[in-house]
Design a protein around this ligand. Structure first.
Ligand SMILES: Nc1ncnc2c1ncn2[C@@H]1O[C@H](COP(=O)(O)OP(=O)(O)OP(=O)(O)O)[C@@H](O)[C@H]1O
Length: 540
C-alpha cells in the first residue's frame, strides 16, 4: 500500500489520526496514512504481587535495566486492608519487560474470544503503546479502534468511555476489523477469512458493510495449533526447555540428548507456571512457523497416496534437534478438522477474569524444586552429571521446569463451550467443531444466493496463521470442491506485513481518507448525545 492518503482533517487542523488494532496476541498502533503499524506489542502483561516489607531483591536489580516497559499498576488490593498496605502490584507491559524472568510474575491475557475482557489492563497497554512507543500526546489525535464483529454492546460502551474519559482523545471511530481488512485488500465485497492466534473468523463484507448473521468464528486458530504441536511433541517424548532457561548449549547430533547449561540466576527465583508456559508457547510458535505445512487435500490415510513432504530438521532452544516428517502436515490438519480430537493443551495465558491465578498459587513451583517431574520425561537416557552447573540430559529434562500436563493446562483456561449454543444467532456465530474450509463453505451458504458468487470470488486470507505454506491452496481446493457451481478465488497477499496486519492497514487507509473526517465522533458529540444514542446511530 502506498501512503498517498491525505492526513485526517480534524477541527480545521491537519493531524494524523491514530489507529489501534488489538488482537489476541498482538496490538498494532500507528498513524493513519502509513503503510504499516509503527509499533506491534504483545497483548499480554505480567503481574507481580510483592511484599513491600522485603522488596529489594537481586532480580529487581536485573529489572532496573529495563524500566522503560515496567508500568506500575494502580492499587488493586481491597481498600485499606492490611494486605493492601503490605503488598504492591506491578504490571509489566511491552516485549522486553514481558519476557524478563521475575519471581511470582504471572503472565495474563486481557482478551477473551478475540475481545477485550480486562479494561484496566488494555487501557495501560494502549497508553504504553501511544506514549512510550509512538511518543504522541493522544489528546491531540483522533483515534480509530478496530473491533470484532461479535464484540458485545457493553464492551463497545466501555471502549467509548475509556477513549473519551481516560485517554481523552478529541474524536473517535470504532471500525469492524473485517471491514478494515476488506479495505486493505481494495475490495468493497469480500469474504474475510482471518485466522489469528485465539480466533478464526469468516465474515462476509458487502458494499463495505458486514453481514452480521452469517459471520462466524471458532477457536481453531494459531493457539489451538500450538497445543496440538505440544501434544505431538509429548507423543514423541520431546519436552521443551524454553530459551529463558538456557545459559549455553553444546551442539549435538540430531536425536541425541541435549547438553545445556541452565541460567544460574534463575535458581533463586520462583518462576510461575504461567510464565513458563508463555515461554514454552514461543518455542511451539517457532516450530509452527518454520515446520508447518498444509496438504492440498484432506489426508485420511486409507488407500490414499502418501502426501509429498520434505523432512526438516528442527533445533530446540536447549540444542536437542530432531527431524520432523509427516507431523509437519498432520498438526496443520487439526485446523481443518478439529473434530479429530477437539481438545488440545492450551498455552494461551489465561485471562484475568478466570481463576487461573488462584489455581497457580496452589501449585507454585520453584526452580529448585526437584520433586517436579514432567509428564513428558523421556525414559531412555539417564542424566549425566557434568561439572560446573552443566546439565547433560535428554531434552525432556524436567527438574528445572514447572510441569504442564494436558489436562491441567486445559482446566486453567476459560471454557467457551457453555456459550456456544446460545450464540448461534448473535453476530459472529460460533459454530462448534467446524474446521476452516467448512467454516468458509458454511458462511457462504448462509448468505443470500445473490451475494454468494461475489463472496466465493473474493475470499481474502488474513491473520498470521494463514501464512502456513500450502494453506491458501488447501482452502481453494476444499471450497471449490464443495461449491462446484461458483468460481472460487483466494486472495492471499504474499507480503507478510499485509497478511499479519491487514485490519490495521485498512483502518489506516480509512482514517486517512479525506471523506472520513465526517465520520469521526467528537468528544463534544459524545458529551451531548450520550453513549447509547451514539452506538445506535453512529456505530451500528
Ligand atoms: N509464518 C507463520 N506460519 C504459521 N503461523 C504463523 C506465522 N506467523 C505468525 N503465525 C501465527 O499467527 C498467530 C498470530 O496471528 P495474528 O497476529 O493475526 O493474531 P492476533 O491478531 O494477535 O489474534 P486474533 O486475530 O486471534 O485476535 C500466532 O499464533 C502465530 O504463531
Amino acid at each position: 500500500m502506498a501512503s498517498t492518503s491525505a492526513p485526517a482533517i480534524y477541527g480545521g487542523d491537519e493531524v494524523s489520526a491514530l489507529v489501534i488494532d488489538t488482537g489476541s496476541s498482538w496490538t498494532r498502533v500507528g498513524f493513519a496514512g502509513e503503510d504499516a503499524p509503527k509499533a506491534v506489542i504483545p497483548t499480554y502483561y505480567g503481574m507481580r504481587t510483592t511484599d513491600v516489607r522485603n522488596e529489594s531483591t537481586t532480580e529487581d536489580k536485573i529489572e532496573d535495566k529495563d524500566k522503560d516497559g515496567d508500568l506500575e499498576m494502580k492499587d488493586a488490593s481491597p481498600e485499606n486492608s492490611l494486605e493492601q498496605k503490605n503488598t504492591k502490584k506491578s504490571r509489566f507491559i511491552g516485549d522486553e519487560s514481558l519476557h524478563l524472568p521475575r519471581s511470582d510474575c504471572e503472565i495474563i491475557s486481557p482478551m477473551e474470544d478475540g475481545c477485550v475482557s480486562d479494561w484496566d489492563a488494555i487501557t495501560e497497554i494502549w497508553d504504553y503503546a501511544l506514549t512510550h512507543q509512538l511518543r504522541v500526546d493522544p489528546t491531540e489525535h483522533p483515534l480509530l479502534l478496530t473491533e470484532q464483529v461479535w464484540n458485545s454492546q457493553e464492551n463497545r460502551k466501555r471502549a467509548m468511555e475509556i477513549v473519551f474519559e481516560e485517554i481523552n482523545v478529541p474524536a473517535f471511530y470504532l471500525a469492524k476489523s473485517a471491514v478494515c481488512s476488506s479495505f486493505a485488500s481494495g475490495k468493497a465485497n469480500s469474504l474475510i477469512v482471518d485466522v489469528g492466534s485465539a480466533v478464526a473468523s469468516v465474515t462476509p463484507v458487502i458494499d463495505g458493510l458486514v453481514l452480521n448473521k452469517p459471520a462466524c468464528h471458532t477457536k481453531y486458530a494459531g493457539d489451538y495449533l500450538n497445543g496440538k504441536i505440544f501434544d505431538m511433541l509429548v507423543e514423541q517424548n520431546v519436552s521443551i526447555n524454553p530459551r529463558y532457561l538456557i545459559q549455553s548449549k553444546t551442539q549435538v547430533e540430531p536425536g541425541q540428548p541435549s547438553i545445556f547449561k541452565r541460567k544460574s540466576v534463575l535458581e533463586s527465583m520462583k518462576i510461575t507456571e504461567s510464565y513458563h508456559k508463555f515461554q514454552s508457547k514461543l518455542v511451539l510458535e517457532e516450530w509452527k512457523e518454520t515446520m508447518s505445512q498444509a496438504l492440498p487435500f484432506a489426508y485420511t490415510g486409507a488407500e490414499q497416496e502418501e502426501p509429498v513432504y520434505e523432512d526438516r530438521l528442527f533445533e530446540f532452544p536447549d540444542g536437542y534437534a530432531s527431524v520432523m516428517s509427516e507431523v509437519r502436515f498432520k498438526t496443520t490438519e487439526f485446523l481443518f478438522d478439529p473434530e479429530i480430537i477437539e481438545e488440545a493443551t492450551d498455552f494461551r495465558p489465561a485471562s484475568s477474569t478466570t481463576d487461573f491465578i488462584r489455581t497457580n498459587e496452589k501449585r507454585e513451583i520453584t526452580m529448585e524444586d526437584d520433586e517436579v517431574k514432567s509428564d513428558t520425561e523421556r525414559e531412555t537416557t539417564a542424566d549425566k552429571p557434568l561439572p560446573d552447573n552443566t546439565i547433560a540430559k535428554t531434552s525432556t529434562d524436567a527438574n528445572v521446569i514447572p510441569s504442564i500436563t494436558a489436562t491441567e493446562a486445559a482446566t486453567a483456561q476459560p471454557s467457551i463451550e457453555g456459550a456456544i449454543n446460545n450464540e448461534f444467532s448473535a453476530p459472529g456465530r460460533r459454530p462448534h467443531n467446524l474446521g476452516l474450509s467448512s467454516l468458509i463453505i458454511d458462511t457462504i451458504n448462509s448468505c443470500d444466493v445473490d451475494v454468494r458468487s461475489h463472496l466465493a470470488n473474493n475470499i481474502v486470507l488474513t491473520g498470521g496463521t494463514t501464512l502456513i505454506p500450502g494453506l491458501a491452496d488447501r482452502v481453494n481446493n476444499d471450497v471449490q470442491a464443495a461449491l462446484a457451481g461458483l468460481k472460487v478465488r483466494i486472495y492471499a497477499p504474499g507480503n507478510t506485513i499485509e497478511r499479519k496486519h491487514s485490519a490495521w492497514i485498512g483502518g489506516s487507509i480509512l482514517a486517512s481518507l479525506g471523506t472520513f473526517h465526517q465520520l469521526w465522533v467528537s468528544k463534544k458529540e459524545y458529551e451531548e448525545v450520550g453513549i447509547d444514542k451514539l452506538l445506535e446511530k453512529r456505530f451500528r
